[in-house]
Design a protein around this ligand. Structure first.
Ligand code: DX5
Ligand code: ZN
Length: 217
């Protein structure tokens, strides 16, 4: 069964814990935490302080998606805040292999993220070292954008690369995932689907989660 990772980018920041408790109660597995610095992407969100506050009251897997320049500088802070998985963009890492080892040195899971236009070739030599590959299906920066259709083919190709090498690497897909396209994403090979507006954009979060789960089958 596909794992769901609600993105708190679309939550009500004034009622963040309340919103997060709702997705936890609805059975969502990962909490997707979008960290933006206003440089790598044209938006600013939150830092390790907020993650640390949430950690005290939430038992979900904390999946931190760092959309920041110089991620190495902040990895320890996000680890200390309680993240279980940290993913970094290949486009933001000059020494990607070193950054992955840096994350793993703290005993947590490491992942790499690819923008829609970035080729799978860029992770060919690090695929054996990561726990997750996050494929962006929108250009990062904002919630509520539309799924870019050619990413489906990219998911299939990545699935093939992982299976051919017999690796235990999760594929996460992020951006524009909705009840209308989640089956296409899962059938292509995704293990984890991020959903921001498709979950927090709804009054009834239980219903929104149910709609995604039912349509994923
Ligand atoms: C975009 C973020 C996504 C975003 C997804 O930069 O990485 O996680 O919040 O939101 P939706 O599901 O609304 O596209
Ligand atoms: Zn994200």
């Amino acid at each position: 069964m596909v794992k769901l990772a609600p993105s708190i980018l679309s939550a009500d920041f004034a009622r963040l814990l309340e919103d997060v408790k709702k997705v936890e109660k609805a059975g969502c597995e990962y909490l997707h935490i979008d960290v933006m610095d206003g440089h790598f992407v044209p938006n600013i969100t939150l830092g390790p302080g907020i993650v640390k506050s949430l950690r005290k009251d939430v038992n979900m897997v904390f999946d931190a998606h760092l959309m920041i320049e110089n991620p190495d500088k902040y990895i320890k802070e996000f680890v200390d805040a309680g993240c279980d998985i940290i993913t970094v963009h290949v486009e933001a890492c000059t020494h990607l292999h070193r950054t992955i080892q840096n994350i793993k040195s703290y005993g947590i899971k490491a992942g790499v993220v690819l923008n829609p236009a970035t080729s799978l070739d860029t992770i060919k030599y690090v695929l054996d070292d990561v726990d997750m590959v996050l494929l962006m299906s929108v250009n990062p920066g904002f919630g509520g954008q539309s799924y870019i259709p050619c990413v489906t083919e990219k998911i299939k190709e990545l699935r093939k690369m992982i299976d051919e090498r017999g690796l235990n690497v999760e594929i996460e897909v992020d951006g524009g995932v909705k009840p209308s396209n989640i089956k296409e994403v899962v059938d292509a090979g995704a293990d984890v689907c991020v959903a921001g507006s498709a979950i927090f954009g709804h009054e009834d979060i239980d219903e929104a989660v149910k709609a995604l789960r039912e349509n994923a089958k």
